[in-house]
Design a binder for this molecule. Structure first.
Ligand SMILES: C[S@@+](CC[C@H](N)C(=O)[O-])C[C@H]1O[C@@H](n2cnc3c(N)ncnc32)[C@H](O)[C@@H]1O
Length: 203
């Protein structure tokens, strides 16, 4: 389904997706997150146009104690989407980078102290080797108590992604099928943020 964000919709499916994502983050991720005692840094990889930017900053700000204590770096390889994100979310404490996430380790100045690395609708089904690199490079940016959070559109892709992550030495802390996720009309078996998983590096 193609959603044009410039067209008003009586049901505004994206706003509803964001409400569900907020609930999911609060119920599935928050209980596992140990705050580092400083600002919460969020790395959002393969973010596309980053519809979830405000939701992540809101939930992160509540966790960290204040919106001023959260910072997000979001990256995608697609120029147009990142430009859209910059236009929509310039008011947030966030940077939107045009970057190949398979090479995010070459970005030394980003640091490796992210409390949360987020991959919404990871795309493991389309290019498994690329996504293994993204998983590997993303988790290398976590601080020692940091969490990787992925969401998936469909069951088989989620299972395969978790298997690949475990083979990379990443432990699944929780994996949950979200309730009431919005079905994609033209893609049977797929829905928005259908699955969420919380993972961490093995100690
Ligand atoms: C299924 S889309 C998900 C986009 C967004 N996270 C969402 O939930 O709407 C997968 C995204 O991965 C991005 N992507 C694929 N390979 C990438 C790479 N090597 N580096 C950065 N982003 C990449 C694509 O451009 C696309 O935006």
């Amino acid at each position: 389904m193609i959603i044009d964000p410039s067209q008003p919709s009586p049901i505004d499916p994206i706003a509803q997706d964001m409400r569900r994502l907020e609930d999911t983050l609060k119920s599935v991720v928050t209980p596992h997150l140990q705050l580092p005692g400083k600002d919460l840094r969020i790395l959002n990889l393969a973010c596309g146009r980053c519809d979830e930017a405000e939701t992540l900053i809101k939930v992160g700000g509540e966790l960290a104690g204040a919106p001023s204590q959260v910072e997000m770096v979001a990256a995608d390889i697609r120029i147009r989407e990142i430009r859209q994100a910059r236009e929509r979310f310039g008011h947030l404490p966030a940077k939107f980078l045009i970057e190949d996430a398979t090479k995010i380790d070459s970005h030394g100045e980003l640091g490796d102290d992210f409390g949360l690395v987020f991959l919404r609708h990871q795309n493991f089904w389309h290019g498994q080797e690329i996504w293994k690199k993204i998983f590997d490079q993303g988790t290398a940016k976590l601080d020692k108590n940091g969490l990787l959070v992925i969401t998936s559109y469909f069951d088989k892709e989620h299972r395969l992604a978790l298997k690949a992550l475990e083979e990379l030495g990443i432990e699944v802390v929780e994996s949950r099928r979200t309730k009431g996720s919005r079905a994609l009309a033209d893609a049977p078996g797929k829905s928005v943020d259908r699955w969420v998983a919380v993972l961490r590096r093995k100690k």
